[in-house]
Design a protein around this ligand. Structure first.
Ligand code: ZN
Length: 330
């Protein structure tokens, strides 16, 4: 045990996982006890939330308003000043991880369950436990542990919902030393089950827009559900490729290895009405203007395969300023 911890204290995760066993002992321990929401469930906070979310559901207004269920966590947050009465286990767990070199943290996901709506005037209480600590995992970010905390939210004795929050606390992977003269490559897209169809389309040189089959609303970027009606069924429509520059920024700083600043990043409004972030090509960065007509094309990047490549060269949709416009700008 001791040797492993000493190695851990030097910032190295050894081959055996004695640290993991120590972390597991924190499962079930309290991270906060008898927490109290800073405010009663109230109309102004609900209104701000709904404005930020663009949610106009009438259930959230008026004297009988309920709070949007996804606000669950908002009622338990400590704000800048924090909560008093935090239990020590959570800090201890994080200290152990820090000492082992797992000094970086990234939030990975959150799950909520709702048992009954919160209503105006409800006084929210909560308890948080360290629900689980994963086995040691190695991810692209580095090696570490997923820690899940569960917050039970109550009004009086009634459990009204639970909020699970998962983080990865990890030792950052060492950056691979690139041989001198190797040009850094553009970051690869993160393809997941919600957006895989989009990237499959891009490989075929098709820009596919999601369309809700319940209400017909187009959406981009790809999402599992419709923002207009909540419908979960969808099909796709191929974009015509016509669009205009809706907005843009010119990037000067910070520098990213694969990009040569300054360069323009455009928000392109497609003829179909949805917008997409992309590069504007065919004009110098300082000639990009709002309203410029552009046309879709597909560009290959980083043709030279490198070790660790998945799939072929990177293909990305970009937008070219139409030639007859080039002379008219500036
Ligand atoms: Zn819809």
């Amino acid at each position: 045990m001791r040797g492993g911890l000493e190695a851990a204290a030097k910032g190295e995760l050894g081959a055996s996982d004695e640290l993991g066993a120590r972390l597991k002992a924190y499962e079930g321990r309290s991270a906060s006890v008898a927490g109290k929401g800073k405010d009663l469930v109230n109309e102004p906070m609900i209104r701000h939330w709904c404005e930020a979310m663009g949610d106009t559901d009438p259930a959230y207004t008026g004297p009988d308003a309920i709070a949007p269920p996804t606000m669950l966590q908002a009622w338990t947050m400590g704000g800048l000043s924090g909560h008093t009465g935090r239990a020590g286990a959570h800090d201890e767990l994080f200290d152990l991880l820090d000492e082992a070199g797992c000094t970086s943290v990234v939030a990975t996901d959150c799950e909520q369950e709702y048992l009954r709506p919160l209503r105006l005037g409800d006084e929210v209480g909560f308890d948080t436990v360290i629900e689980s600590v994963s086995d040691r995992k190695t991810t692209k970010l580095g090696t570490g542990y997923f820690v899940t905390t569960r917050t039970d939210v109550r009004v009086g004795q009634d459990l009204v919902g639970t909020h699970r929050f998962r983080i990865l606390k990890y030792a950052p992977a060492r950056q691979k030393q690139e041989p001198k003269g190797t040009r850094a490559r553009r970051p690869r897209p993160v393809v997941n089950r919600d957006n895989a169809g989009f990237w499959e389309g891009v490989e075929r040189h098709q820009l596919l827009i999601q369309r809700c089959t319940d209400c017909g609303t187009f959406r981009h970027p790809w999402l599992p559900g419709c923002n207009a009606c909540g419908g979960l069924d969808w099909d796709t429509v191929e974009a015509s490729g016509e669009g205009t520059v809706y907005s843009y920024v010119v990037m000067h700083h910070p520098p990213f290895p694969a990009f040569d600043p300054p360069y323009a990043v455009g928000l392109i409004e497609l003829a179909e009405g949805v917008r997409i972030v992309s590069n504007v090509v065919g004009v110098p960065y300082d000639k990009v203007r709002i309203g410029l007509p552009v046309r879709l094309e597909f560009r290959r990047y980083d043709d030279e395969p490198q070790e660790g490549d998945e799939g072929g060269p990177l293909v990305l949709p970009v937008f070219r300023v139409l030639e007859d416009q080039v002379g008219e700008v500036g």
